[in-house]
Design a binder for this molecule. Structure first.
Ligand code: F6R
Length: 614
């Protein structure tokens, strides 16, 4: 979703803003803009353009056209008002003195707009953000207060979610940053300071950052950053050092981030798993849940969205199998409206790569309100979900830039498996022998994934056979069904092919009527126990004319090849590792199909990387 970057320093700001915005492109956007204080004009210069950032950058000759050393920039993902130059941010007050960039939604913007219109303030855009710029200007100009005071008054009146970057022409040596329910970080440089939606936008310039909390306000100058709580009392923020390398967020010679991130999975798994296995045991650092509490839980509730929810679906099978505790999985967007049965004895596991998904955050808060303890599985360090949880298990996948998650999924699943092992052992529901067998397999997982990745050419070839299908079905049972959900989502989101995942047993209850000559069915038959059943479903759809692309384990290749049109395999492995391995060919298949269809793989239409609106 929207990306924000701001800089105050002594270098020319426009190229810094454009570069920062280019690092936020992955979040999804439809227009971009910058506002710079121009000493030459003694005021703000605002430039905006609908479309790709390149359009804005070309318009400004890479930023060379704008003179100034303080400014804010924005990539907009439209909510209120269609994508257009005028609706792009920064939004500016009537006087032209106040410029605002915003991520989030101002829920009461309509009534505030009406109030301002009654005071004679004309509006030029359809955005909720313009209300913020105009309202700050209203207090600033009509009540003659200083700019920070005016911002404080506005914050008491606006409702909703917002990260704001504010620049005032009368205070040209400072930026104001505000955060509520939308991410915003502060970056500390040498004679310069930054604000940004995430670290990738500023990592080239500084690794020292602090994460703004809800209700906080910051004033950035060249000399430093002053922070205030929601009562505008000064506070000290903890400064954290970001230790990942700059090139972790660069393409590094790959054509797409998605492909790079698929290939990075074995390494990401090593980072995620190896430090958590010590002396043959699963070990979690800073694990704040006591053994007594864990023994007392009556059930586990997993909440998440999209691919993270699919991890939860696999996780249900694995956690129930190893812990014998009931596990429910809910879409975060449904959870808070379903009157969930959650209390002090429920452990709620929240899964989120970005740690900023608004629905997931809302579910977390609802679960907390109901008394549950929250264990979150998160990739982005310091993100909102991580900070509001009782315990965080980071996935350590490194920055994930492609909108479609890949290494995020794999590492989340690895953490869920480690958790299942940890709990199974603690609760005594998992025998010593099986515990060690699974743990051994987890340690071998990165190596086995390396083997899966050697099949790239074969998968590319199969993609070339099927890329022009209009409709695809993924079928499977049990964990293969959960895996199918992810394979199907991957394919549809980046290739725009209509695709559905079904539990194979459900086919006969309706869906099979859609199978006809040439329909592509991706049949997942990795789970040993249900292989024969998977095979019957292959035969069933084949008999109705489907082309069947099957996925199974090495040991079953021959058998599967008797009925399927084409077979992909993963190495033989313990049951619990099969979805982790099986997802990789599905990611690659989706990638190559999208590539052959000429799609914008890293930034699929209408999608955003972190979904910070409901
Ligand atoms: C799909 C995808 C999305 C995310 C979902 C949740 O490839 O990336 O479905 O999984 O938006 O995002 P997080 O995990 O950041 O909460």
């Amino acid at each position: 979703m929207c990306g924000i970057v701001g800089y105050v320093g002594s270098e020319q700001v426009a190229p810094i803003l454009l570069d920062g915005l280019s690092k936020l492109e992955y979040r999804g956007y439809d227009s971009a803009g910058v506002a710079v204080y121009s000493p030459q004009h003694h005021g703000l210069v605002v430039e905006k353009a609908k479309g790709r950032l390149q359009v804005l950058s070309d318009m400004l000759h890479g930023g060379a056209d704008l003179d100034g050393t303080v400014g804010i920039g924005h990539t907009r993902w439209a909510t209120h008002g269609a994508p257009s130059d005028v609706n792009s941010h920064p939004q500016v007050s009537r006087s032209g003195k106040i410029a605002v960039v915003h991520n989030g939604i101002i829920e009461n913007y309509a009534e505030l707009k009406q109030f301002l219109e009654e005071q004679g303030v004309p509006f030029t855009s359809e955005t909720d953000t313009e209300v913020v710029a105009q309202l700050i200007a209203y207090f600033y100009e009509s009540e003659q207060v200083d700019i920070l005071d005016a911002v404080g008054r506005v914050l008491r009146r606006i409702e909703g979610a917002y990260a704001l970057g504010i620049l005032c022409a009368d205070a040209p040596d400072q930026l104001i940053a505000v955060r509520k329910d939308s991410p915003l970080i502060l970056g500390y440089g040498d004679g310069c300071n930054f604000l940004a939606s995430d670290v990738t936008a500023i990592i080239r310039h500084t690794r020292e950052v602090s994460y703004m909390d809800d209700g906080e306000v910051a004033v950035l100058t060249r000399e430093g950053i002053r922070c205030y709580n929601h009562l505008m009392q000064p506070i000290e923020k903890e400064i954290c050092h970001v230790d990942w390398e700059v090139d972790a967020a660069e393409k590094g010679g790959y054509e797409h981030f998605m492909f790079k991130e698929i290939m990075e999975q074995p390494e990401a798994l090593r980072r995620c798993i190896f430090p958590r296995v010590r002396d043959g045991q699963v070990y979690f650092e800073d694990f704040g849940l006591s053994d007594d509490y864990l023994r007392s839980i009556s059930k586990i509730y997993i909440v998440a969205c999209g691919s993270s929810y699919h991890v939860g679906m696999v996780g249900k099978y694995h956690l129930e199998r190893l812990t014998r505790k009931p596990v429910e999985v809910a879409l975060a967007s449904e959870f808070r409206y379903m009157d969930p049965i959650v209390d002090e004895s429920t452990l709620v596991v929240v899964i989120s790569q970005s740690g900023e998904t608004l629905d997931t955050m809302a579910a977390l808060r609802e679960a907390k309100r109901l008394g549950a303890k929250i264990l979150s599985i998160v990739n982005v360090v310091g993100s909102s979900i991580a900070r509001e949880s009782d315990v965080v298990l980071y996935t350590w996948a490194g920055p994930e830039i492609a909108v479609a998650t890949t290494k995020g999924y794999s590492t989340q699943l690895a953490v869920v498996n480690l958790l299942a092992l940890y709990l199974g052992k603690l609760l005594g529901t998992l025998g010593e022998q099986e515990y060690h067998a699974i743990l051994e397999e987890m340690l071998r997982l990165p190596e086995k994934m390396d083997q899966v990745l050697t099949h790239v050419n074969e998968i590319q070839y199969l993609a070339s056979q099927y890329f022009n299908h209009d409709s695809v079905f993924f079928i499977g049972r049990n964990v293969d069904y959960a895996l199918g959900l992810e394979g199907s989502l991957k394919l549809k989101e980046i290739s725009y092919i209509h695709s559905e995942a079904y539990a194979s047993g459900e086919l006969k209850h309706g869906t099979i009527s859609l199978i006809e000559d040439g329909t592509l069915v991706v049949a997942l038959g990795t789970y040993h126990k249900l292989f024969e059943k998977a095979m019957s479903n292959v035969v069933e759809v084949k008999a109705r004319g489907a082309d069947v692309l099957a996925l199974t384990t090495e040991g079953r290749r021959e058998e599967m090849a008797k009925n399927a049109t084409a077979v992909l395999t993963i190495p033989d492995a313990h049951d619990l590792m099969l979805p982790s391995l099986g997802v990789v060919p599905l990611q690659l298949f989706a990638y190559y199909v999208a590539l052959m269809r000429g799609c914008d793989i890293d930034k699929p239409r209408n999608l955003a990387k972190s979904v910070t609106v409901e």
